[in-house]
Design a protein around this ligand. Sequence first.
Ligand code: ADP
Ligand code: MG
Length: 404
Amino acid sequence: MEKQTIKDIDLSGKKVLTRVDFNVPLSSQDPNEDIFVTDDTRILAAIPTINFILNEGASLILCSHLGRPRSANDTQFAMRPVALRLEELLGRPVIRVNEVVGSEVSEAVDKMQAGQIILLENTRFLPGEKENDPDLAHKLALLADVYVNDAFGSAHRAHASTEGVARAMRAKGGPAVAGLLMAKEISALSKAVLNPAHPYVAILGGAKIADKIILIENLLRVADRLLIGGGMANTFLKAQGYEVGDSLVEEEAIPEAIRLLETESEKILLPVDAIVAGEVKADTEVAEVTIGDVPADKMILDIGLVTIQHFNGALQGAKLVVWNGPMGVFEIQRFAAGTNALATILAGLASQGTEVIVGGGDSAAAVAQAGLAERMSHVSTGGGASLQFLEGKSLPGIEALDDK
Ligand code: ADP
Ligand code: MG
């Protein structure tokens, strides 16, 4: 699974097509408004790769998808706001084109000098992107001498600009390698998949079990303990026969929860108390109750203090911790205490040398909201991609790159 990176190949004087993840939040979905980027985290994450390639004396053709356009007519998903933000961040011009491939792109690429940057239009403006159309992949590969994939967040999808183009580049004799962000994600997440260190404690939370059954099973196979909080815990508590009131519960997943509790009971640690409320609202009345005393008309919206102490105890001495899924409805401050406490515990462990890996879109947002992202060993930038990686699956966008 060791893949070549931009550090392994000669980039000088080359034209380098780089797939980045510029799928950023935008200020509006109305094409008639002045649309701007509201969170440039993903653009910032690609800057080291961009600068590395330019400093090697290459010219750079960037491409990404943005949002979920149905066609090129959905101009509210055009790359213009991204290009403007990228120009600001780099302090250098970014040449914009109005298509993904075609004569306008080919002419601009032909004229390109070392150190210049072209940003292609939204790859999802073409239906061939999601269909992984070999013709589109081939046309993309023809633009450049080298293909670089730095879009870890899209690596779980076999699309023309992630998977097809890598194979097309190899077919014409050029390298297809990982960018710096992609390489960092692979090396950090691999620590949890290939020969993980022990004691290994996994923590799961968030909303839905159904999305994460394979992840739960894989973590139970490799980890020594599995701490479960968040909405996911409710289904397990109900499976144990507890009253969970109006809490979020997945009835369909109860048989699976019962099975896991029977076969893996010594590994699984569940909440023993909770913050409950009648409504998911900032100004609602809350109470802290023992599991078993959850009123029938209330919802479990965060883990309680004793649970945090239990989780803290189980985490001490861990060499490796993987965390996916918030412990409560962290978007509302009142129900963020459990998630914030866990983030603080993990930051402390990381500073003592524990490898702490955080994956999942909302989990990354929660850690950032707590101001502790920098303190973790690794916070993955890929939501679905990081979960698939942790499930032990191979990701097509990574698989397609050249082996070391
Ligand atoms: P990630 O994106 O990190 O994989 P998920 O998408 O699975 O995480 O879950 C995040 C969501 O789970 C958040 O929106 C959060 O509000 C919700 N959540 C966490 N705990 C609860 C709970 N007890 N009840 C309802 N929703 C919850
Ligand atoms: Mg999520």
